[in-house]
Design a protein around this ligand. Structure first.
Ligand SMILES: [Ca+2]
Length: 315
């Protein structure tokens, strides 16, 4: 009888939704951890604001933009890259972004760093013409810069090249001033600029904000990905996050993929794309161009990943 079948169907659906929500809440709860704090291992950049030092480093060529490519899980074709800044010190030491970005955010200079990063990414994207990267270059956009003035400046710089460059924002982007932040994010989206929620699970997540942020992609933090083959919970969290995002109309990228077994699991779970040392570390533009020209079809790891997944497919 329909009157009996309907409640059973509803109960099943409610149960499924409940499980999915619970898993998502677990993912959020487990991630209630403070953002990584800057702990200076080197102090070469002066005690004051870093804006002048960043401008000087750009002029001298000490600051470079590297690119970490990502690939589509199913086709293993390139589908974009993340831009990551590197700072070469006078003694030749190469500082990764995490060594100076948090400091620039704290004492000043993050605006200069971001504007340079966007301009450099746009310039480098021109070199990729004819050798498609398969997606835009995503630049990390600090929470501190999500205000109408700065975002207007970014939109003006990017202009008609919105297909070339997008932004990664952390899930905490809207915590301080949700109204202005959401206006800014909609401004970027309306300008055709791709937005990705970055390091998902690493910060103070809110499912409510996740629903409101006009992002088309979500990147799951590496700490969940790297436990996928050793932990009981991480695969459940990743799987539920993928399903949740697909339900919200977003694609999912897994960060920090370092082995074919993890890539294969992600592929089976329906993850859209992967990024990590399995594919490539972050490399300078010349090496990225080489990578793109060496892998016009699929990256070499595709066959191994498909084999583990028990699937076949032409490269
Ligand atoms: Ca990022």
């Amino acid at each position: 009888m329909p009157s009996e079948a309907l409640p059973v169907g509803l109960i099943a659906m409610a149960f499924a939704l409940g499980v999915m929500t619970c898993l998502a809440v677990i993912a959020v709860g487990l991630s209630l951890k403070a953002r990584k704090k800057y702990t200076p291992s080197k102090e070469p950049l002066g005690a004051g604001g870093m804006g002048p030092a960043i401008v000087a480093a750009v002029r001298s060529g000490a600051l470079q933009l590297h690119y970490q490519p990502k690939v589509d899980c199913r086709t293993m074709k390139l589908c974009g890259a993340e831009a990551l800044s590197r700072w070469t010190l006078p003694d030749g030491t190469l500082l990764p972004a995490e060594e100076f970005v948090a400091r620039a955010e704290a004492v000043g200079g993050i605006a200069e760093l971001t504007l340079w990063g966007v301009q450099q990414a746009l310039e480098d994207s021109e070199k990729l013409d004819g050798e498609s990267l398969g997606g835009p270059i995503l630049v990390n956009l600090s929470v501190n810069l999500i205000n109408i003035d700065f975002v207007s400046k970014l939109i003006a710089i990017i202009g008609s090249k919105a297909a070339k460059v997008g932004f990664e924002i952390t899930e905490t982007a809207v915590l301080d001033n949700p109204d202005e932040a959401l206006i800014c994010l909609h401004m970027l989206r309306d300008a055709g600029i791709r937005l990705a929620i970055d390091d998902y699970g690493a910060g103070l997540s809110s499912l409510s904000y996740l629903k409101q942020i006009p992002a088309s992609e979500l990147k799951i933090d590496r700490k969940f990905i790297q436990g996928m083959t050793t932990s009981n919970r991480d695969p459940l969290i990743v799987r539920s996050t993928i399903d949740l995002c697909h339900g919200l109309g977003m694609t999912v990228t897994a960060e920090g993929v370092e082995d074919a077994m993890t890539a294969s699991l992600l592929r089976m779970m329906g993850c859209d794309s992967i990024q990590g040392y399995l594919i490539s570390k972050a490399v300078p533009i010349d090496e990225l161009l080489q990578f793109v020209s060496n892998h016009p079809g699929t990256v070499p790891q595709a066959r191994q990943i498909r084999k583990i997944a028990g699937q076949s497919g032409a490269d």
